[in-house]
Design a protein around this ligand. Structure first.
Ligand SMILES: C[S@@+](CC[C@H](N)C(=O)[O-])C[C@H]1O[C@@H](n2cnc3c(N)ncnc32)[C@H](O)[C@@H]1O
Length: 220
């Protein structure tokens, strides 16, 4: 699989024309969809045992969880939480859907519910990593991208810093624009070809010669 990933193809050639309208709509109305019950149980388990003194770093959609373990080396004083909805992907490092590896907890959970639970419990995220999210490149799938999703205002308000990586420039540009619409500061940079990789998807894209983009959102 390494080295033969196809480039993202989309009929969308620039930022989505409805981006601002969608983000503003989600900002104006709190999202009230029911919470995902298994994620509530996972959150309860984690919050009962977490170290509240350490700052929190979250790896959203962590896949197999190797990236979360790697991120722990960059954030030596933090507690890390890697979450993914896929039992299959987490099977090696969190075989029962939940595992502790020192300061790192890996758990099976649905991301939007987890973000809402963290915010409701006033557990702020110091750095939120969103590494190679599914791009949803069809224009009609804008609301499946994290910045077009109704949880985006919560995601942003509860994270001091957000780092997103993607191989689709438009995704990164939209993410920053959406954050700016909500009063945050952000920028996109193209990573150098030899820049270190953080995840298996990133390694695959680098081996396939794709450009890699990093969007960083900070306080305004
Ligand atoms: C393209 S993969 C990237 C995995 C990993 N971050 C990497 O770069 O290798 C996207 C991951 O996000 C997870 N994911 C997508 N939507 C999710 C959601 N709503 N809640 C939790 N995980 C989700 C998928 O299961 C998948 O593992």
């Amino acid at each position: 699989m390494e080295g033969n990933s196809p480039q993202i193809v989309s009929s969308q050639q620039g930022m989505h024309t409805r981006l601002a309208a969608i983000v503003q709509r989600h900002c104006a109305q709190a999202w009230r969809a029911p919470l995902h019950a298994p994620t509530e149980a996972q959150f309860k388990r984690w919050s009962a045992t977490r170290n509240a003194v350490r700052s929190l770093v979250v790896d959203l959609g962590c896949g197999h969880g190797d990236s979360t373990l790697q991120l722990a080396e960059h954030h030596v004083d933090a507690e890390l939480l890697g979450i993914d909805q896929s039992a299959d992907r987490l099977g090696r490092l969190a075989p029962q859907g939940y595992a502790n590896h020192g300061r790192v907890t890996l758990m099976r959970a649905e991301a939007a519910t987890l973000l809402r639970l963290l915010a409701a419990a006033r557990i702020a995220i110091d750095v939120l990593y969103v590494l190679y999210p599914n791009p949803w490149p069809k224009p009609e799938h804008l609301m499946r991208r994290w910045h077009g999703h109704p949880v985006f205002p919560v995601l942003l308000a509860n994270a001091r810093r957000v780092v997103l990586r993607t191989n689709w420039r438009i995704y990164a540009d939209e993410f920053v624009r959406a954050a700016q619409l909500l009063g945050r500061t952000g920028a996109v940079q193209t990573l150098a070809d030899d820049a270190a990789t953080l995840t298996p998807f990133e390694r695959k894209y680098r081996a396939s010669g794709h450009a890699r983009f990093e969007a960083v959102i900070v306080d305004a």
